[in-house]
Design a binder for this molecule. Sequence first.
Ligand SMILES: Cc1cc2nc3c(=O)[nH]c(=O)nc-3n(C[C@H](O)[C@H](O)[C@H](O)COP(=O)(O)OP(=O)(O)OC[C@H]3O[C@@H](n4cnc5c(N)ncnc54)[C@H](O)[C@@H]3O)c2cc1C
Length: 380
Amino acid sequence: MKRKIYSEEHESFRDIVKRFIKDHIASDYSLWEKQGQVPTELYKLAGKQGLLCPSADEKYGGSGGDFLFSAIIIEELYRQGFHSVFFALHSDIAFPYISELGSAEQKEKWLAKCVSGENILALAMTEPNYGSDIANLQTRAEKKDNFYVLNGSKTFISNGQIANLVIVAARTSLDKEKPHKGISLFVVEADTLGFKRGQKLEKIGLHAQDTSELFFENCKIPTANMLGAEGTGFYSMMKSLQQERLVIAIGAAAAAKGCLDLTLQYVKERQVFGKPLSHMQNTRFELAEIATQVQLAESFLDDLIPRHMAREDIVKEVSMAKYWMTDMQSSVADRCLQLFGGYGYSLEYPIARQYVDARVQKIYGGTNEIMKEMIASRLM
Ligand SMILES: Cc1cc2nc3c(=O)[nH]c(=O)nc-3n(C[C@H](O)[C@H](O)[C@H](O)COP(=O)(O)OP(=O)(O)OC[C@H]3O[C@@H](n4cnc5c(N)ncnc54)[C@H](O)[C@@H]3O)c2cc1C
């Protein structure tokens, strides 16, 4: 069923995205999973077809589209199970830091190449000892003449190997009572002396994602690379999290829909006890419940996406969507996998990939426990 939030223009764009996935992602994806990353060339191909940063201004080579174009890219990648292609991190999570906080010179320097895919972005907030408690992060940035000297490390950074521009949150001052006030944001160019990439982390899923540690050892960043004013980084991060969490929720609902579609097809074909698996009452009830949850998720998103586009403050509602939809996605992937029996446990079947890739959605972008804290603090 077509969703009312999408116009014909959006649906035509969806066809372009589907074709791109078929031509440039589907057949090589298993190889990329073995290699632990997607090729940087994929970003350039996507850039050529207008699939990166769809909201970017025309003067940077973008199409000035609305957020719904981004939503379509996310939906198609997640529905089809290509979760490791982190175009959304690049286009919808990291890119807005530069397009919204950047000075005219910074935008001129970096944005066009983000749209073309020559620049690949990463966002580095998390540290080995500070994930949820981001206000206490320890990476230091000390001002010396026209530079800030960065020292510290980050972990779990998506696109950590392939990114050539990393937006880094670092501490420029410390007020022990209000540690969040001393955080600033920097664009670190990967060829800067003292910037080092650690190993790709081995994970239970997202096998084509190059999640990595990053190290900064007396890494000299020009003051011109600071994003926004000194000390305002925490506020910028909090502001951008509404979109980051909405992106995760959109992916979660689409992945759950993808699991449902795969399973509907399988249960019609699989014979058990002399009849199709789809005839068993348990199968019918499972799929009825799953379809209901997917429908509820889409309806909630159809309310939230336009409100987000109208720049409403919907932090509470988006936190609800992020936690509920990623929980739902994980449970749906598990229930659908069960209907595949042993085949569901085999990586040859896409449902297995949906299952392992779902798990992290409850953790990153703010854990689901942190989401509940955010909701509760806005209730009481
Ligand atoms: C595959 C992957 C990709 C990632 N990509 C990025 C990225 O690109 N950039 C980036 O900066 N980070 C990234 N992260 C990091 C991610 O955002 C963090 O892992 C996440 O924020 C949780 O932080 P933590 O791992 O330190 O867990 P912790 O903060 O140590 O939490 C451990 C547990 O304690 C719970 N907890 C913590 N505080 C509270 C509280 N106040 N109340 C109740 N429970 C609490 C948590 O919910 C969790 O269950 C990624 C992580 C993964 C796994």
